[in-house]
Design a protein around this ligand. Structure first.
Ligand SMILES: [Zn+2]
Length: 147
């Protein structure tokens, strides 16, 4: 649970989660195992701030950025989700062992693997893009078979 991500001020009483569509709640109980806590509004950056070497949620030195220029032209853009969809679904995707093996094979085929870490971060940047490409392909295939 990252309390600083919760959206405190009420915006729109009819506001809904961008994924599951539940009516979002605000106020007390963020993240608690209650219907109110599970449907509490939270803001999520489409592209993580840490990828640009900074984070408003965590103190300390800036990270070495993965992306120097805005990736996907979405540097600052956010959406609002319920606690469940944000903190449990988006932040904890399930990758089974076979999924990781297949992903590692694609990483290697695209020469994005690394024997030793150097100073540059271009390969992790391209692995981030590759994972997004794979998610997008899976979404398109799943959406077309769900019609
Ligand atoms: Zn939701």
């Amino acid at each position: 649970m990252v309390p600083s991500k919760k959206v405190k001020e009420p915006r729109n009483p009819k506001e809904r989660c961008a994924i599951c569509g539940c009516a979002l709640r605000r106020g007390e109980g963020y993240g608690k195992p209650t219907p109110e806590g599970r449907s509490h509004a939270t803001k999520h950056h489409y592209v993580a701030e840490r990828f640009y070497g900074r984070s408003r949620n965590r103190r300390g030195p800036q990270r070495n950025p993965i992306f120097r220029k805005p990736a996907w032209r979405l540097r600052e853009e956010t959406d609002v989700f319920c606690y469940e969809c944000h903190e449990e679904l988006l932040h904890n995707p399930v990758f089974l062992p076979e999924d990781i093996r297949q992903f590692a094979n694609v990483v290697k085929a695209r020469k994005l693997n690394e024997r030793r870490k150097g100073e540059k971060r271009h390969r992790i940047a391209r692995r981030v893009r590759l994972l997004n490409e794979i998610i997008k392909a899976g979404l398109e295939q799943t959406a077309s078979s769900s019609r």
